[in-house]
Design a protein around this ligand. Structure first.
Ligand code: G6P
Length: 372
């Protein structure tokens, strides 16, 4: 009913605006005033966590993109090698697993059969399994050693939105907690990130307040045949998520590339008027990547691309090469996906609306896929 949708025509639109609250709920009770993290439900003792020598993240769809982003954070903060794999590939390739391997299964529903089968396989091989899930008491957390619930509330729209942002937050919490427990050398950085993480709900609120031009843009592109997405570092999986959302909701061809790979092939696709969405890395820390992507934007624009640029507010360096500039708040590099994903969600849902598609129930898709 209209009341359930909180005045919106579709649950997905409501779920997009619920994201500040959802993220706040994921953080609730887990971050102490002094920056100590309490993740008791993980049921993995500090000693066990100190023994881990490798992490493998398994997931499907949007949850897989959360895993790809988590890898950057976990390896940087914890110095533990971290692989990410789509769950459906995992157990069929004879992966190397042992007691020192922590497998993290990310699943909104906790019921995706591909992920569940991967979890069972990992347990048979004596690895420890941590689930990151949204649905309480679902199958995957019941079969895992420990769980971190995202507490995003029920998500009805088939295309994941608030559960994705909260999965990111849960992954960051796991990474930061591991870094604290294992005492890696980034103490100050860890504390600064924990503080910034607590401010994410207001940052997402800020983005939501500035997305009106994204809606207009979406309507102007409803006849486009394809949209490309570019990013690098954590912006690369964000670009992948932007492309997936467009396929799911607007039934449009979309593809994401690591911006550094452009010159190795895909730049041949660029032609007059082709819309390209570019996620610009934050200027903090990895400024060098920021400058490299600005060159990429210049290169594709010189070849006719219609550039839609998502960049930090106040980043004047991209303005001359942006046909459309979408500003997001400046946040630490590793946390940027939390704010950069939001305009992509709005873009895809508005394009779907412009095409008259059912935003909550896209054709051929199910909210949770319980067959392999
Ligand atoms: C389905 C949904 C996707 C979702 C994927 C993984 O394919 O359509 O939106 O990302 O399953 O779901 P999970 O519940 O395991 O996160």
């Amino acid at each position: 009913s209209a009341a359930e949708k909180g005045g919106y025509d579709y649950f997905m639109l409501k779920e997009i605006v619920e994201q500040p609250r959802a993220v706040a709920d994921t953080l609730l009770g887990r971050v102490g005033v002094d920056g100590t993290l309490t993740l008791d439900e993980m049921r993995l003792a500090p000693q066990e966590l100190r023994e881990i020598s490798k992490i493998i993240i398994i997931a499907c769809g949007t949850s897989y993109h959360a895993g790809l982003i988590a890898k950057y954070a976990i390896e940087h903060w914890c110095r533990i090698p971290c692989e990410v794999e789509v769950a459906s590939e995992f157990r069929y390739r004879d992966p190397i697993l042992d007691r020192q391997t922590l497998v993290i299964a990310i699943s909104q529903s906790g019921e995706s059969m591909d992920t569940l089968m991967a979890v069972r396989y990992a347990r048979e091989q004596h690895s420890r399994v941590l689930a990151i899930c949204n649905v309480n008491g679902s199958t995957i957390p019941r079969e895992a050693d420990g769980v971190l619930y995202t507490h995003a509330g029920p998500e009805v729209g088939v295309a994941a939105t608030k559960t994705f942002l909260t999965q990111l937050v849960a992954c960051y919490l796991v990474g930061l907690y591991l870094a604290q427990v294992r005492g890696t050398k980034f103490g100050d950085e860890i504390n600064a990130v924990i503080e910034q993480l607590s401010r994410m709900p207001e940052q997402i609120e800020k983005v939501l307040g500035t997305v009106q031009p994204v809606r207009e843009l979406a309507h102007s592109l409803s006849d486009a045949r394809t949209v490309l997405f570019l990013g690098r570092h954590v912006g690369y999986p964000v670009a992948m998520e932007g492309a997936l959302k467009l396929k799911e909701l607007a039934y449009m061809h979309a593809e994401a590339f690591a911006a550094g790979e452009l010159k190795h092939g895909s730049i041949a696709l660029i032609e007059d008027g082709l819309p390209v969405v570019v996620v610009v890395p934050s200027r903090e820390g990895r400024g060098v990547l920021h400058d490299k992507i600005v060159s990429n934007i210049q290169e594709i624009r010189a070849r006719g691309a219609y550039t839609i640029v998502i960049a930090e507010e106040g980043d004047e360096s991209v303005r001359p090469y942006s046909d459309v500039l979408i500003e997001i708040p400046a946040v630490p590099t590793l946390l940027q996906p939390i704010v950069a994903t939001v305009p992509m969600q709005v873009f895809a849902s508005e394009l779907a609306l412009a095409k008259g598609n059912d935003v909550d129930q896209p054709r051929n898709l199910a909210k949770s896929v319980t067959v392999e």
